[in-house]
Ligand binder design. Structure first.
Ligand SMILES: CC(C)(COP(=O)(O)OP(=O)(O)OC[C@H]1O[C@@H](n2cnc3c(N)ncnc32)[C@H](O)[C@@H]1OP(=O)(O)O)[C@@H](O)C(=O)NCCC(=O)NCCS
Length: 159
Protein backbone atom coordinates (compact mmCIF):
# COMPACT_ATOMS: atom_id res chain seq x y z
CA UNK A 1 0.00 0.00 0.00
CA UNK A 2 1.33 3.46 -0.88
CA UNK A 3 1.62 6.06 1.86
CA UNK A 4 -1.55 8.15 2.09
CA UNK A 5 -3.74 5.55 0.43
CA UNK A 6 -6.55 4.44 2.74
CA UNK A 7 -6.66 0.68 3.32
CA UNK A 8 -9.33 -1.09 1.34
CA UNK A 9 -12.72 -1.59 2.96
CA UNK A 10 -14.07 -5.13 2.60
CA UNK A 11 -17.76 -5.93 3.08
CA UNK A 12 -18.51 -9.47 4.32
CA UNK A 13 -21.01 -11.49 6.32
CA UNK A 14 -20.99 -10.65 10.04
CA UNK A 15 -20.20 -13.21 12.72
CA UNK A 16 -20.60 -13.07 16.51
CA UNK A 17 -16.87 -12.29 16.76
CA UNK A 18 -17.67 -8.93 15.14
CA UNK A 19 -20.10 -7.90 17.90
CA UNK A 20 -17.59 -5.86 20.00
CA UNK A 21 -16.64 -3.78 16.93
CA UNK A 22 -20.27 -3.41 15.87
CA UNK A 23 -21.27 -2.34 19.36
CA UNK A 24 -18.47 0.23 19.53
CA UNK A 25 -19.80 1.89 16.36
CA UNK A 26 -23.37 1.62 17.59
CA UNK A 27 -22.60 3.54 20.78
CA UNK A 28 -20.86 6.28 18.80
CA UNK A 29 -23.79 6.67 16.40
CA UNK A 30 -26.95 6.18 18.44
CA UNK A 31 -28.18 7.75 21.68
CA UNK A 32 -30.24 4.64 22.53
CA UNK A 33 -27.85 1.87 21.44
CA UNK A 34 -28.55 -1.82 21.20
CA UNK A 35 -26.69 -4.02 23.68
CA UNK A 36 -24.01 -6.54 22.61
CA UNK A 37 -26.46 -9.31 23.60
CA UNK A 38 -29.08 -7.94 21.17
CA UNK A 39 -26.54 -7.97 18.36
CA UNK A 40 -25.40 -11.49 19.25
CA UNK A 41 -28.92 -12.88 19.20
CA UNK A 42 -29.81 -10.98 16.01
CA UNK A 43 -26.76 -12.27 14.12
CA UNK A 44 -27.50 -15.84 15.21
CA UNK A 45 -31.02 -15.79 13.71
CA UNK A 46 -31.28 -17.70 10.42
CA UNK A 47 -33.61 -15.09 8.91
CA UNK A 48 -31.11 -12.32 9.47
CA UNK A 49 -28.78 -10.93 6.83
CA UNK A 50 -25.94 -9.14 8.61
CA UNK A 51 -22.87 -7.69 6.97
CA UNK A 52 -19.91 -5.74 8.28
CA UNK A 53 -17.40 -3.48 6.59
CA UNK A 54 -13.85 -4.07 7.75
CA UNK A 55 -10.79 -1.89 7.19
CA UNK A 56 -7.36 -2.90 8.42
CA UNK A 57 -8.92 -5.33 10.92
CA UNK A 58 -11.40 -2.80 12.35
CA UNK A 59 -15.17 -2.85 11.94
CA UNK A 60 -16.11 0.40 10.18
CA UNK A 61 -19.70 -0.34 9.24
CA UNK A 62 -22.56 -2.78 9.62
CA UNK A 63 -25.89 -3.49 8.02
CA UNK A 64 -28.50 -5.75 9.65
CA UNK A 65 -31.79 -6.85 8.13
CA UNK A 66 -34.16 -9.79 8.32
CA UNK A 67 -36.13 -11.30 5.49
CA UNK A 68 -39.04 -13.70 5.52
CA UNK A 69 -40.98 -14.58 2.39
CA UNK A 70 -41.48 -11.45 0.36
CA UNK A 71 -40.96 -9.03 3.25
CA UNK A 72 -37.78 -7.66 4.75
CA UNK A 73 -36.83 -5.06 7.30
CA UNK A 74 -33.62 -3.09 7.45
CA UNK A 75 -33.05 -2.88 11.18
CA UNK A 76 -29.71 -1.12 11.36
CA UNK A 77 -27.18 0.52 9.07
CA UNK A 78 -24.17 2.41 10.35
CA UNK A 79 -20.84 3.73 9.09
CA UNK A 80 -17.90 4.90 11.22
CA UNK A 81 -17.92 8.71 11.47
CA UNK A 82 -14.56 9.07 9.65
CA UNK A 83 -15.84 7.16 6.61
CA UNK A 84 -19.27 8.74 6.24
CA UNK A 85 -19.92 10.33 2.87
CA UNK A 86 -17.47 8.01 1.11
CA UNK A 87 -20.08 5.69 -0.37
CA UNK A 88 -19.83 2.89 2.21
CA UNK A 89 -23.40 3.13 3.51
CA UNK A 90 -24.67 3.03 -0.06
CA UNK A 91 -22.43 0.07 -0.83
CA UNK A 92 -23.68 -1.98 2.11
CA UNK A 93 -27.31 -1.12 1.35
CA UNK A 94 -26.83 -1.98 -2.34
CA UNK A 95 -25.37 -5.35 -1.28
CA UNK A 96 -28.41 -6.07 0.89
CA UNK A 97 -30.89 -5.04 -1.82
CA UNK A 98 -29.06 -7.11 -4.45
CA UNK A 99 -29.12 -10.11 -2.15
CA UNK A 100 -32.89 -9.70 -1.55
CA UNK A 101 -33.53 -9.20 -5.28
CA UNK A 102 -31.46 -12.33 -5.96
CA UNK A 103 -33.80 -14.34 -3.69
CA UNK A 104 -36.83 -13.26 -5.74
CA UNK A 105 -37.43 -9.77 -4.39
CA UNK A 106 -38.85 -8.51 -1.13
CA UNK A 107 -40.63 -5.38 -0.06
CA UNK A 108 -38.24 -3.73 2.39
CA UNK A 109 -39.36 -1.61 5.32
CA UNK A 110 -37.37 0.52 7.71
CA UNK A 111 -37.81 3.16 10.39
CA UNK A 112 -35.65 6.26 10.53
CA UNK A 113 -35.59 9.30 12.81
CA UNK A 114 -37.57 12.18 11.39
CA UNK A 115 -34.50 14.45 11.69
CA UNK A 116 -32.05 11.99 10.07
CA UNK A 117 -31.71 13.71 6.71
CA UNK A 118 -28.54 11.86 5.66
CA UNK A 119 -30.11 8.44 6.09
CA UNK A 120 -33.40 9.46 4.47
CA UNK A 121 -31.50 10.83 1.44
CA UNK A 122 -29.60 7.55 1.17
CA UNK A 123 -32.83 5.54 1.33
CA UNK A 124 -34.71 7.76 -1.15
CA UNK A 125 -31.80 7.36 -3.57
CA UNK A 126 -32.31 3.57 -3.38
CA UNK A 127 -36.03 3.67 -4.14
CA UNK A 128 -37.49 3.92 -0.63
CA UNK A 129 -40.54 6.15 -0.18
CA UNK A 130 -42.09 7.44 3.03
CA UNK A 131 -44.96 5.11 3.91
CA UNK A 132 -46.03 6.30 7.34
CA UNK A 133 -44.98 7.66 10.69
CA UNK A 134 -44.69 6.18 14.18
CA UNK A 135 -45.35 8.83 16.82
CA UNK A 136 -42.68 9.17 19.53
CA UNK A 137 -41.04 5.92 18.41
CA UNK A 138 -37.52 6.88 19.51
CA UNK A 139 -36.17 7.88 22.92
CA UNK A 140 -33.19 10.07 23.94
CA UNK A 141 -34.51 12.36 22.51
CA UNK A 142 -38.07 11.37 21.87
CA UNK A 143 -38.81 11.67 18.17
CA UNK A 144 -41.16 10.29 15.52
CA UNK A 145 -40.00 7.58 13.14
CA UNK A 146 -40.61 7.89 9.45
CA UNK A 147 -41.50 4.46 8.03
CA UNK A 148 -40.03 3.94 4.57
CA UNK A 149 -40.82 1.22 2.09
CA UNK A 150 -39.16 -0.06 -1.07
CA UNK A 151 -41.17 -2.41 -3.26
CA UNK A 152 -39.44 -5.63 -4.27
CA UNK A 153 -37.77 -5.57 -7.69
CA UNK A 154 -39.20 -8.91 -8.76
CA UNK A 155 -42.70 -9.86 -7.80
CA UNK A 156 -42.50 -8.97 -4.10
CA UNK A 157 -43.77 -5.39 -4.39
CA UNK A 158 -47.42 -5.89 -5.26
CA UNK A 159 -50.08 -5.14 -2.69
C1 LIG B 1 -26.76 7.11 7.21
C2 LIG B 1 -25.36 6.56 6.93
C3 LIG B 1 -25.39 5.05 7.14
C4 LIG B 1 -25.00 6.88 5.48
O1 LIG B 1 -23.78 6.23 5.18
P1 LIG B 1 -22.65 6.97 4.31
O2 LIG B 1 -21.58 5.98 4.07
O3 LIG B 1 -22.27 8.24 4.96
O4 LIG B 1 -23.46 7.28 2.96
P2 LIG B 1 -22.88 7.30 1.49
O5 LIG B 1 -21.58 8.03 1.47
O6 LIG B 1 -22.92 5.92 0.94
O7 LIG B 1 -23.96 8.19 0.77
C5 LIG B 1 -25.11 7.58 0.18
C6 LIG B 1 -26.16 8.63 -0.10
O8 LIG B 1 -26.63 9.16 1.14
C7 LIG B 1 -26.84 10.56 1.02
N1 LIG B 1 -26.10 11.22 2.09
C8 LIG B 1 -25.07 10.71 2.81
N2 LIG B 1 -24.70 11.60 3.75
C9 LIG B 1 -25.50 12.67 3.61
C10 LIG B 1 -25.63 13.89 4.31
N3 LIG B 1 -24.84 14.20 5.36
N4 LIG B 1 -26.61 14.75 3.93
C11 LIG B 1 -27.43 14.45 2.90
N5 LIG B 1 -27.35 13.30 2.20
C12 LIG B 1 -26.40 12.42 2.56
C13 LIG B 1 -26.41 10.98 -0.31
O9 LIG B 1 -27.65 11.15 -1.00
C14 LIG B 1 -25.65 9.82 -0.90
O10 LIG B 1 -26.10 9.70 -2.24
P3 LIG B 1 -25.25 8.99 -3.40
O11 LIG B 1 -25.25 7.50 -3.08
O12 LIG B 1 -26.03 9.30 -4.62
O13 LIG B 1 -23.89 9.60 -3.33
C15 LIG B 1 -24.29 7.22 7.84
O14 LIG B 1 -24.42 8.62 7.78
C16 LIG B 1 -24.38 6.80 9.31
O15 LIG B 1 -23.81 5.80 9.71
N6 LIG B 1 -25.11 7.60 10.13
C17 LIG B 1 -25.26 7.30 11.55
C18 LIG B 1 -26.12 6.08 11.77
C19 LIG B 1 -27.49 6.23 11.12
O16 LIG B 1 -28.12 7.28 11.23
N7 LIG B 1 -27.95 5.15 10.48
C20 LIG B 1 -29.25 5.10 9.86
C21 LIG B 1 -30.26 4.64 10.85
S1 LIG B 1 -31.89 4.50 10.11
Amino acid sequence: MSPGVAPEVAVRAATVEDVPGIHELETLAFSDPWTPASFRSMIAQPLVIATVAEQAGRIVGYCIAWAIGDEAELVNLCVAPALRGTGLGGRMLDGLLASLDGRGGATVYLEVRDSNEAAQALYRGRGFLAAGRRKAYYRHPEEDAVVMRRPGAVGGGGD
